[in-house]
Write a protein that binds this ligand. Sequence first.
Ligand SMILES: [Zn+2]
Length: 274
Amino acid sequence: MSVIDIHIHVGKREHLTEIFLNYFRNEFGEPALQAMDDLTPAKFDKFLQLEGVDKGVLLSEYSPEVTGVVPNEFTVEFARSTDRLIPFGSININSSVDTGAQAEHALKDLGCKGLKLLPSYGYYYPNDSRMYDAYEVAQNRGAIVMFHTGTSLFPKTRVRYAHPLLLDDVAVDFPELRIVMCHGGRPFWYHESEWMLRRHPNLFIDISGIPPVQLPRNFPKLERFYDRFLFGSDWPNFISIRSQADQVRELPYNAEIIEAILWSNAARLLEISI
Ligand SMILES: [Zn+2]
């Protein structure tokens, strides 16, 4: 069964802050850090193939205060040599360049398919008016905007910016914009995230960072809104993508729902056909 992983990070040591590097070393050890530093697009393509991932969304990041800056240009360049990876850009809200122009550059000039934003690392509310130009551009271009929601392991995160209900304003003001709530507001805003699916038809939840076995408990209405849940690994935070996908396959849902989470919901969103 095919898999799309909508939530993958690749960054080099030079992109990452000490906060991230310390976390990563403690969690996975120096060899894993070195392996990521040495990662080439060809090696990663092979790795994803072995993990059973047919397509993956590769995320840029603009979080200089917390995790680091993985530039849009790096992500696009890394994804270029394989048709397995789909690059997403990021936005610097504090730049002198208007966020609309940044979005236009990422989506049009660089060819990103969407944007990934981390308000709790960048210290702004998702409904900050400075971001509205970027949302407008993304909506007009049919691009996807992913937001980190919920808590984070990293020091200096400010969680108040990561509440999923803050996306209500964005979804009301940009009704055609397709929005992904990464991590579904984990670990204490699952209910709010799920409620947002009912309220806004263009909202989605990416399940990255949530142990799949918890999905039925965390999202009791998943079967009703199954066409809005997306598989994501948050790699490299969980090394084995295959085992996470296998855990989804073992959930007590019918085959259509499992296939939708692992493949067809993201395929529809990203306009991928096989
Ligand atoms: Zn992530």
